[in-house]
Write a protein of this length. Sequence first.
Length: 204
Amino acid sequence: MFTGIVAARGTITDLQLGPAGAVLFLEAGQQAEGLSWGGSIAVDGVCLTATSIEQGVVRLDVMGETLERTTLGSRVVGESVNLERCVPAGGRLDGHVVQGHVDGVGSLLERVDLGPWQRLRFALPPRLARYVAEKGSIAVDGVSLTVTAVSAPGEPEPWFEVGIIPTTLAETGLGVKSIGEGVNLETDVLAKYTERLLAFREDS
């Protein structure tokens, strides 16, 4: 489990795409310290398993489904990514419950400067719109954020907005994200479980 509090930025040193997946090599710096074989690390909000660690470079296997659902397959060598290690038992939950299971890819529609902070508007897949609520939580490239506004129900091109403080702009990739660029989205897991439970209740 993660919290959506990005601990550091890492750099992609190699990305080997194959017919059924990919192998990602990542310069993780201090985030590689104490990370053992089989350990989990969130890369731009995607939970991945370390298969080797050598001199701060982490090797991660990426399944085909992960490439289809996230932006990882379109990344290139030299790009930076948000990193977060999983929460230790008894650790603080400073953000919200983030599984690292990306639901889909959205894109940045608008960036508005409001003094030292910014308002960002993102497009999201229509199938995810029902899980996003004003004042609810969402993870964007692994960053835990509070939704400040949402599009009306049934709108064909749904969107949501978030406010980004200066620290988040400086310490994560959201500060340099370009208009139209894709982002990994993970909606609130409680909303998804509630919908699933209600579906079974209706069938009973």
